[in-house]
Design a protein around this ligand. Structure first.
Ligand code: PHE
Ligand code: ZN
Length: 857
């Protein structure tokens, strides 16, 4: 299709050039006001080339009030759409600007904006240009001094990056606070906050004895729900010292929770700003999963202090340099806090749910993209999660000690600079990694597929494993990748005959010899999921059942049962009816039997694959067939295992305030058992769910029961939803769950419910969490989003257009579900593409939305 619109030219990695001018130091004075804030900037600029070029300062929606160069007032120049171009006479100058900005009118939530009466900033990736004229690129590192001035009553707390300095009263009911950040940083890490906030305070003594004042700033009413975030922060600080030798470097570390935020949280130097949903928790309002996410996000943002802040990115193509690395670090941290096998299962599930489809869709891009139009569209599962998998593979190749030395070398060699993926690879190469080979993972997109076969030589008691790899981009074969492999060979009776976890594929085809193979071998591939790849062919069902019972690698055992379920579902769909599920039922029975030893693992193992994962294995996705097949399998499991499931349901009892791994595992298992028991809307399960809902002493149980009930036609469903609403209407992050659980219901009237919820007085499309809860909650509902008339798609498309006028980043995220139209069967694919085309024809679209729409049509 022809590109008709005037989308800006993409930026390309290959066009990178160093900045013409640097800004080694800058000071800012903010006269804060929700309606009109004045920003006084003083930049010391230095030419960074032999020949002098004009100084170009980025700026967006800034009203220029005054301009001085080297102290001399200038006539106000024309401000172009993209900023300010200034002719500077020498190689040094002091540029002073005053601009006015409008925080309360800023619905994009980029730059300085208002949230719940407070003011805060978000600058990554290109938000600083909405605060002041500045070279808004991460390779310009600046030492910042900031003075904040505001009304004392409206904004009693004034926070900035770095260490606190002077503070005091001004005339007219105003006050000021000064902040000084000794570490040069790119402007995307700049932050200020002003508002009515209370602090939960604590302190941390670093390995070298420095005392750091810690504070978590929240609304006064939320102080009691900030303890878990504080605990997580201290754990993260200690962990990074112990595992990576990374110490904190300022006198204070502040975290602020805000209700309106585009992403999860932001690692601004010394002043992290968080989506409140990743701060606030107690047993009554947060699920165990929320508690774990808070720990992971707090750690993630804290870890950025080294992987992102002290060593930052040269340009936005290098985003995975900080994000993939930091996700890997937070995954290691979470694994150390909980059960490594269960954490691995969770991250692989999320990789398969989000990254694999992205890599197989219209927005597929390498971990280091080569071009982009709007960088906000590239904060993706590929950059974050596949990026983390690449670090995991390299760490595995090096082993713990050499990996640690390589990281030390990376931090020491690039501290205070803006680095590239090559710099990271070179640090790994210094410890022996074949970095040139691993670099391919950063530049190739698509999920590689391994085809594995075993040849058994019974007479010699050995076997040859042949593995072929293929990694395709838009159908074209790319170069072979280095793929670490962990495999085992089992006999049909469950005996493990051989295992190797140190294999490395480097060629299009590799073969490996195994000895001591005295029976026909059954292959268990990609144990521990050490490489982010697809594997084919799937083992036969009896082999999968054997592996589900006998694999000693717990990830592989989990995955065998998942694959067995997938295979039963595929067979059910092909036959158009529910065939025998006896082997699945038996495998689930034997997995369930071990629930007391490891409830968290058993819970993951017996969980049916999500409908979207089933669809990802289909040539063309047929949503109703998937839903029917999955429901049939649930029914078979319920029919075959009702006694076992009820026994588990009744035996899993915990105290809601007990956050031990075991208690969390028991709750998870109980919720999953209930979900299976609810198959077919069984009356006994409905009343058990309602009982569980009413008696729940924690949000995990309450939410598990509510989500089980949400699909039901029984009156208990409405009753539970009403009770939940009344109890939590004052808790925004809990109310998001109330919206999301209804949007995910498989009931036939869900679209109408969703339409009504969009008109609910507490629905607000300006709040990204609320919009996402309803719109993405519904778009993820495979059974109801894909109705035969396309009404679900029409509803989503309308949300995209409405949201785009408010917040393009939020809107662009809603396009994703429609952009996968090529994957769906008729009539769904066509109905989706019609909607995409209609969005594309709408006037005044943001470049965020247009980039996603145009790359998919
Ligand atoms: N850098 C943040 C993180 O991953 C994510 C983020 C990106 C937040 C853009 C806000 C805006 O830790
Ligand atoms: Zn991050």
């Amino acid at each position: 299709m022809q590109r008709k619109s005037k989308l800006p030219e993409p930026r390309r990695l290959q066009d990178y050039a160093p900045p013409d001018w640097l800004v080694p130091a800058a000071s800012f004075r903010f006269e804060l006001d929700a309606v009109r804030t004045l920003v006084h900037a003083r930049l010391e600029v230095v030419c960074n080339r032999d020949d002098i070029r004009a100084l170009v300062l980025d700026g967006e929606e800034l009203e220029l009030v005054s301009l001085r160069i080297d102290g001399v007032a200038q006539p106000l120049p024309n401000v172009g759409a993209d900023g300010l171009t200034l002719a500077i006479a020498g190689r040094h100058a002091v540029v002073e600007t005053v601009v006015a900005i409008r925080p309360s009118a800023n619905t994009q939530l980029m730059g300085l904006y208002a949230s719940g009466g407070n003011l805060c900033t978000q600058c990554e990736a290109e938000g600083f240009r909405r605060i002041s004229f500045f070279p808004d690129r991460p390779d310009v590192l600046t030492r910042y001094a900031v003075r904040l001035e505001a009304d004392l009553r409206a904004f009693p707390v004034l926070l900035g990056n770095g260490n606190p300095g002077d503070a005091g009263l001004l005339g007219g009911g105003r006050h000021f606070a000064e902040w000084d950040d000794p570490f040069p940083k790119p402007c995307y890490l700049f932050a200020v906050v002003a508002g009515q906030l209370e602090a939960l305070r604590d302190s941390f003594v670093t390995a070298s004895g420095r005392v750091v004042g810690l504070a978590i700033w929240v609304a006064a009413a939320d102080i009691d729900r900030s303890g878990h975030a504080m605990l997580s922060l201290k754990q993260a600080m200690a962990w990074d010292e112990r595992v990576y030798g990374r110490e904190y470097d300022l006198d204070v570390f502040n975290i602020v929770a805000v209700n309106d935020f585009n992403f999860g949280a932001m690692e601004n130097k010394g002043l992290n700003i968080f989506n409140a949903r990743y701060v606030l928790a107690d047993a009554d309002t947060a699920t165990d999963h929320d508690f774990d996410s808070i720990a992971a996000v707090v750690a993630h943002e804290y870890f950025h202090n080294w992987s992102g802040n002290r060593v930052t990115c040269r340009d936005w193509f290098q985003l995975a340099l900080k994000e993939g690395f930091t996700v890997y670090r937070d995954q290691q941290f979470s694994a150390d806090l909980g059960s490594p096998a269960v954490r691995r299962i969770e991250s692989v599930r999320s990789l398969r749910l989000h990254q694999f489809p992205e890599d197989n869709g219209p927005m597929a891009h390498p971990v280091r993209p080569e071009s982009y139009i709007e960088i906000s569209n590239f904060y993706t599962a590929t950059v974050y999660n596949k990026g983390a998998e690449l670090i995991r593979m390299m760490a595995g190749q090096l082993g713990a000690e050499r990996y640690r030395r390589a990281c030390d070398g990376y931090f020491a060699g690039h501290d205070g600079t803006a680095a590239t993926v090559e710099d990271f690879l070179a640090a790994m190469a210094a410890e022996g990694l074949d970095a040139a080979l691993f670099a391919r993972w950063y530049s190739q997109s698509g999920t590689p597929t391994l085809t594995a076969t075993v040849e058994h030589f019974a007479g010699d008691g050995c076997a040859l494993l042949h593995v072929a790899q293929a990694s395709r981009r838009h159908g074209t074969l790319q170069e072979p990748l280095p793929i670490p492999l962990s495999v085992a060979l089992f006999a049909a009776d469950g005996r493990r005959m051989a295992a190797r976890d140190d294999l490395l594929l480097t060629d299009a085809e590799n073969s490996f010899l195994f000895e001591g193979i005295d029976a026909p071998p059954i292959l268990s591939m990609n144990r521990g999921f050490v490489a982010p790849v697809h594997v084919q062919p799937a083992p036969a069902r009896d082999a999968l059942a054997m592996l589900a019972a006998h694999e000693d690698d717990r990830f592989a055992r989990y995955d065998a049962l998942q694959q067995l379920m997938h295979s039963a579902l595929a067979e059910g769909m092909a036959a158009g009816t529910a065939l025998g599920h006896a082997d699945v039922v038996a495998a689930v029975r034997s997995a369930l039997a071990g629930w007391q030893d490891d409830p968290a693992f058993v819970a993951e193992a017996v969980l049916l694959p999500a409908e979207s994962l089933v669809g990802d294995r289909q040539h063309k996705v047929d949503p109703p067939a998937i839903h029917a097949a999955r429901e049939a399998l649930r029914l078979s499991i319920r029919a075959g295992l009702a006694d076992e499931l009820w026994a588990v349901f009744h035996a899993c009892r915990t105290h809601g305030g007990d956050l031990s791994a075991r208690a969390k595992g028991l709750r998870r298992l109980k919720g999953i058992a209930l979900g299976l028991l609810m198959a077919g809307d069984a009356a006994d399960a409905t009343s058990a769910a309602f009982g569980m809902f009413s008696a729940a002493d924690c949000m995990t149980d309450r939410m598990a029961a509510l989500s089980a009930l949400s699909h039901s036609a029984a009156p208990e469903r409405d009753a539970a939803l009403r009770v939940f609403f009344e109890r939590y209407r004052g808790f925004p992050e809990v109310l998001d769950k109330w919206f999301a659980v209804q949007a995910a219901s498989t009931r036939g009237d869900t679209l109408e419910t969703v339409q009504m919820l969009a008109d609910h007085p507490l629905f607000d499309a300006r709040n990204p969490n609320r919009l996402r809860a309803l719109a993405l909650g519904f778009a993820g509902n495979q059974a109801r989003f894909h109705d035969r008339k396309g009404a679900g798609y029409a509803w989503l498309a309308a949300q995209v257009l409405a949201a785009d006028r408010i917040n393009p980043q939020s809107a662009a995220r809603l396009v994703g579900p429609l952009a996968r139209w090529r994957r769906l069967m008729p009539p769904w694919g066509g109905l989706m593409s019609d909607r995409l085309l209609a969005i594309g024809r709408s006037p005044g679209l943001s470049k965020d939305v247009r980039e996603v729409v145009e790359s998919s049509i």
